[in-house]
Design a protein around this ligand. Structure first.
Ligand code: NCD
Ligand code: ZN
Length: 349
């Protein structure tokens, strides 16, 4: 048996949605994570401090009583609608923790996104000036570029010139999914990266080889086994630039199982067990606390948590839920049931 006690984790990239989906999913995050960087790609996107504050209030109002030490922090959606004085005020007041750039058309609810990073230079000056991170969905949208090469293409064509032009700008490459992405972060000291449980634990053959699996379909798409190996090496290495961001992104099965599956994996429930399993399989459980807690605390300048969480590699003696239901009757499949059935999790606070 292996067992490890780690600082209570943070999730630096999560989609909590709104309305009855928010009500249905927020508890999973609030019971397992402390700081949670909430993505702004709701409809309509969050582009002002006032909207961010209202969204945070809705999240807190939906949070169940058995939350441990849940601290949602808000990102604005990078768009020409952002007023720079409002952005500065939101950062100063502590409401706005980051700004997230989506390439238009790359992923779920990215229609209001940008077509060029450098077009937002004035906005990025405010971020650099206030040590606020720019969060980047790094994926080219040119249909001529192969889907499995789009992260590398975006990094080279868009993010590299921005990093060169603004070396003082702090950047988080979100849900890094390739060896090229890992190498980019390693060679750009102004960059950190989030890594997801599903990109660590699966590769594209899992997605496509034995029947196409809509529940594993996300953006950026899960890539090759060589890319997966690079992600595992980065996450388990202790390198402080790499931290957990689950990219937990619920979609109802009605939107997943059809001719065009929506992109997103819902992993808030069991993502931690999935990550623990990957670390155990690589003999790196001693690095788990760095990846899920201390690296991110240093990147975002927050204090270490007081609570701890114990993970024991012992089969759980009950059937685990495989999906959840919303109050309007939608269901969402939970990623990682297999791994979760092998781990017992205890919170100490
Ligand atoms: C996310 C979503 O569903 O909001 N989907 C995804 O595949 N990751 C958006 C995103 O982060 O790209
Ligand atoms: Zn996301």
């Amino acid at each position: 048996m292996s067992s490890i006690t780690i600082p209570f984790p943070d999730d630096w990239h999560v989609h909590l949605r709104d309305g009855d989906m928010l009500d249905a999913v927020v508890g999973y995050t609030a019971r397992r994570f402390r700081y949670s960087m909430v993505m702004p790609n709701v409809v309509p996107p969050i582009t002002s401090t006032a909207e961010a504050e209202k969204y945070r209030d809705r999240i807190l109002a939906s949070t169940p009583d058995d939350a441990v030490d849940f601290r949602p922090v808000m990102a604005l959606y990078c768009s020409p609608d952002i007023d720079l004085a409002d952005l500065r005020a939101g950062i100063d007041s502590g409401v706005v923790a980051a700004v997230k750039y989506y390439p238009a058309g790359a992923t779920t609810n990215s229609e209001s996104g940008g077509t060029s990073l450098l077009a937002f230079r004035d906005l990025f000056e405010v971020l650099a000036d206030t040590d606020t991170r720019l969060l980047v969905h790094a994926e080219a949208t040119d249909p001529a570029i192969d889907i499995f090469d789009r992260e590398a293409a975006f990094l080279e064509d868009q993010l590299a010139p921005l990093c060169e032009a603004m070396p003082e700008l702090l950047v988080t490459v979100e849900h890094v999914s390739t060896r090229a992405g890992v190498d980019f972060v390693a060679t750009h000291p102004q960059c950190a990266a989030t890594v997801t449980p599903h990109h660590l634990a699966r590769e594209r053959s899992d997605l496509l080889a034995d029947g196409m699996r809509p529940d594993l379909y996300c953006k950026p798409v899960i890539n090759s086994s060589d890319d997966q190996a690079a992600l595992i090496d980065a996450a388990t290495s202790g390198d402080p630039a790499f931290m957990l961001g689950t990219d937990s992104a619920p979609h109802p099965t009605t939107a997943k199982y059809g001719p065009k599956a929506k992109a997103g994996v819902f992993n808030a429930a069991y993502g931690l067990e999935v990550v623990a399993d990957v670390f155990r399989n690589h003999g790196a459980l001693d690095q788990l606390g760095a990846f899920v807690s201390s690296n991110g605390c240093a990147v975002y300048g927050v204090d270490a948590p007081e609570a701890t969480l114990e993970l024991s590699h012992e089969p759980v003696d009950r059937d685990l839920a495989t999906d959840l239901s919303t109050s309007s009757g939608d269901s969402v499949v939970l990623f990682g049931t297999e791994e979760a059935s092998q781990w017992t999790v205890t919170v100490h606070n």
